[in-house]
Design a protein around this ligand. Structure first.
Ligand SMILES: [Zn+2]
Length: 199
């Protein structure tokens, strides 16, 4: 083998070693939740970090983070006087969550938090507006009419609600009162992850 050929051969071997080393180093970088926030608006990162912490306490890990940011959501709600405050786009491998700018400006801290958690429930856990195995809340407008009938006619609490009329899950299609979030905080967090199948 000539010197030229030998040099080319060693260069080739060195190139392979270098690329292997790179792959190896990439795979061993520790993955702390705080280190993987690219694509999440800084105003949202504290809520997302809290979600990751809670998920690991429930032995749930996710392989990929979504992109979460603010937009002016123009999609109309079917209930007059209400608006769409968050959307999870989950039909693509990378999930996107849009949060309405105007909602965020006027929302309380717990309303912000549970809106983010609700959208993450769709985008990270594959959940729909469900509250138990095979049981889902109806569309917002149907849910409101049914609740009115239950309340005024049969005086019963419908399935999917606590005795105080707070929903049993944060996957309810509408934003709840802050008082519900305070009263049922641990139940909401447990329910949120007990029914989570990471996607
Ligand atoms: Zn939803």
């Amino acid at each position: 083998m000539s010197i030229m050929r030998l040099t080319v051969f060693f260069l080739f071997i060195l190139t392979i070693m270098a690329s292997c080393t790179l792959v190896h180093v990439k795979n061993t970088v520790p993955k702390e939740p705080e280190m993987v926030l690219a694509g999440i608006d800084p105003q949202i990162s504290e809520y997302f970090n809290e979600y990751l912490k809670l998920s690991s306490q429930h032995d749930i890990t996710f392989s990929k983070n979504p992109v979460i940011g603010f937009v002016k959501i123009v999609k109309k709600s079917i209930i007059p006087g209400t608006t769409v405050i968050g959307i999870c786009h989950r039909s693509t491998p990378l999930k996107f969550i849009d949060i309405d700018t105007e909602f965020w400006e006027h929302a309380s801290k717990s309303s912000r938090k549970f809106t983010i958690f609700h959208e993450l429930g769709h985008c990270m856990c594959g959940r729909d507006h469900d509250f138990a195995e095979g049981k889902e809340y109806k569309e917002e407008v149907v849910e409101k009419v049914l609740n009115y009938i239950y309340n005024r006619v049969s005086f019963q609490i419908p399935e999917g609600y606590y005795d105080d009329w707070c929903p049993k899950s944060i996957m309810h299609p509408t934003n709840n009162d802050d008082s519900c979030y305070e009263k049922h905080y641990s139940e909401y967090v447990n329910e949120m992850f007990e029914r989570c199948k990471p996607i």
